[in-house]
Design a binder for this molecule. Sequence first.
Ligand SMILES: *[C@@H]1O[C@H](CO)[C@@H](O)[C@H](O)[C@H]1NC(C)=O
Ligand SMILES: *[C@@H]1O[C@H](CO)[C@@H](O)[C@H](O)[C@H]1NC(C)=O
Ligand SMILES: *[C@@H]1O[C@H](CO)[C@@H](O)[C@H](O)[C@H]1NC(C)=O
Length: 416
Amino acid sequence: MERLGRKHMPWRLSVVLSCIMLFGIGFVGDNLWRSSTPMSSLHPFFELPTAIQSAVGLGKKSKIKNKLDHMAPPKYLNATFADLEAPHLEWEEMPSAPALRLDGAAVQIKNLLYVFAGYGTIDYVHSHVDIFNFTDNKWCDRFDMPKEMANSHLGMAADGRYVYAVTGQHGPQCRVPTARCFVLDTETKKWHDLPSLPAPRYAPATQLWRGRLHVMGGSKENRYTPGLDHWSLAVKDGKPLEQEWQTEISIPRGGPHRSCVVAKDQLFIIGGQEGDFMAKPGSPIFKCSRRREVVYGDVYMLDDGKKWKELPPMPKPNSHIEFSWVVVNDSIIVIGGTTQKYPMTKKMILVGEVFQFHLNTLKWSVIGRMPFRMKTTLAGFWNGWLYFTSGQRDRGPHDPSPGKVVGSVWRTKLRL
Ligand SMILES: *[C@@H]1O[C@H](CO)[C@@H](O)[C@H](O)[C@H]1NC(C)=O
Ligand SMILES: *[C@@H]1O[C@H](CO)[C@@H](O)[C@H](O)[C@H]1NC(C)=O
Ligand SMILES: *[C@@H]1O[C@H](CO)[C@@H](O)[C@H](O)[C@H]1NC(C)=O
């Protein structure tokens, strides 16, 4: 970027050209990634990378930079965007994960949290599993995933021993999805094939319910268009009981990044969004570029497996919560996520609340706040403690837009 200092060009023209350029790339990858690839997280009006600032003769403390600081989201955001009132929770930090992860997947089996895949950086994806032991609060094991298995945006569910991992994105940036599905036997750490989904999806709602593995919604092959399809496969002890996925009643609203939870023998779908980043047309590396997204707080229950029943929505629209929930004592607890983009800045707004959905009354409440706002959090619950790890955190208490990808682990004692 140093070469941007165009010696033969008038300074003003150079600044104008640079701004036009920034405007162009600003729409690429905004907010998807911040920690290791600053170039892909530019927003035209908010961040000039230091290299470009110096190239156009601006220091870090320049007037433009100061002006940009003032344009950061204000501390007061209206109710759709503001943090909700929440009781205080004490959090305790645990040993960090061996790898940073965004858009990973997780399941809890007894006292172990299995954490799969995810972006390490926007250009590097993981193809392994890390395991956290809730008994001694240590990361205790690591093993590889099949190379053909998706590296992010997976659907995943577990039954106490077997982990079913379906479809998702294969490779970094905004690459194409795979329809391949796998099952892991956590006792032997062996992987086996499952029949491929009829069509690949990004981040579909996935859960085991009454002996069948259900896969619903997600984004279609272009990563953007919401899929409404709903398929299921009979499975038992890690084996498919059918050759093919069956078509089930489609869901009222498609799209990726929802919580999908079975509790009290009912299947719930919570939150999510329509639309997502897409590969830039013609980009050989499938470079992620931002598209319009609409976030929802809708809750649906698969009543009797035959029709969808709409239940009271979350206290705010919330997405990127596919593995950010636990079931405790007749409640679903959902932590973190992302809500609607802030209309003034078009920036993604992260969520820091801990929500409780009371299964007996079907009411929502806010029971606390995380140590920071965070999306694609991987959650677990053990012995009274609510845990979370991994994902992308905010940029600070007064800036709810996406900041660093972190691997830290936190826990709080839950009293419902
Ligand atoms: C907050 O502002 C947005 C955009 O102006 C608007 O759509 C939304 O309804 C507002 N929310 C509330 C609770 O007033
Ligand atoms: C988890 O930690 C407990 C306590 O240290 C230990 O007994 C157990 O073997 C550990 N489990 C695994 C899978 O490492
Ligand atoms: C769940 O219910 C049990 C039995 O009533 C109670 O002992 C426990 O504290 C509850 N758990 C939480 C997290 O509130």
